[in-house]
Design a binder for this molecule. Structure first.
Ligand code: IPE
Ligand code: IPE
Ligand code: MG
Length: 239
């Protein structure tokens, strides 16, 4: 893997297009999800090798609960299968695993697996792998506001930093780069607060086709961006 230059600290990925990948091949949608899950596994490994500090994968949104129950059920089974299968490897790679979203809405046995994966990787020191499941940005913000109100925080104490600490992503840096596959140019309720200044990268590639090379292209694209955060370009200011 050849990549020099600035590596984003935190990358978020909206892994979209599994269904279409399967449909164009005359396969059931779930086959697309299965191939998509394989791809996630690969991208996690590449992220570790690249030295990315945090990777957040959007796996299932709150809105996705509206899908036919057979699709939801198979997605849950896939999640269970991969977490069970990959946990040892995550431990070996020193990854810290965390799930964000309304985890308590997931089937009980999946919650158990998630807690186990979080517990067994909590003292690791390597990349933080965050899976957003039953997650939506607005919902996360509202839950954060509720937690804050219950905590009795005084309005004067409320800063952006304090607010961050009530979000599911507390302790994580904001995503530097958010990638969305499948040609859709929207955020679909992903990391709304955290993504305020993220660089966005859209590609037509469907998630099951998003190879390591495609990932490196996205990072190279990021490396060419000038992040001004509202200030003026350093070059523009030069005499
Ligand atoms: C992304 O693929 C995975 C989930 C949202 C769970 P989709 O299932 O949305 O695939 P398309 O967008 O229908 O192709
Ligand atoms: C976004 O994809 C959610 C995930 C990738 C988990 P969707 O396919 O659900 O989003 P829309 O419907 O295109 O906005
Ligand atoms: Mg989709």
């Amino acid at each position: 893997m050849l990549l020099t230059g600035r590596i984003p600290r935190h990358v978020g990925i909206i892994m979209d297009g599994n269904g279409r990948w399967a449909e164009v091949r005359g396969l059931p949608r779930i086959e697309g999800h299965r191939r998509g899950a394989e791809r996630s596994k690969e991208i996690i490994e590449v992220s570790v090798e690249l030295g990315i500090k945090a990777l957040t994968l959007y796996a299932f949104s709150i809105e996705n609960w509206q899908r036919p129950s057979s699709e939801v059920m198979t997605l849950m089974k896939l999640l269970e299968f991969y977490l069970n299968k990959e946990l040892d490897r995550l431990i070996k790679k020193d990854v810290v695993f965390k799930a964000i979203g309304e985890i308590w809405k997931l089937p009980e046995h999946i919650q158990v697996i998630i807690r186990e994966a979080e517990g067994k990787t909590a003292s690791n020191k390597g990349m933080r792998l965050v899976i957003a499941i039953s997650y939506s940005g607005r919902n996360e913000i509202l839950r954060a506001v509720k937690k804050m109100l219950y905590s009795g925080i005084r309005p004067e104490e409320l800063t952006e930093e304090a607010f961050n600490s009530y979000l599911d992503t507390a302790g994580l840096p904001a995503p530097d780069l958010i990638i969305r596959t499948s040609g859709e140019m929207r955020i679909s309720n992903f990391l709304l607060w955290q993504g305020a200044y993220s660089e966005l990268y859209f590609t037509d590639t469907l998630w099951p086709d998003f190879t390591e090379d495609e990932f490196l292209l996205a990072i190279q694209d990021y490396q060419r961006r000038e992040r001004r955060f509202g200030a003026i370009s350093v070059r523009a200011d030069a005499p």
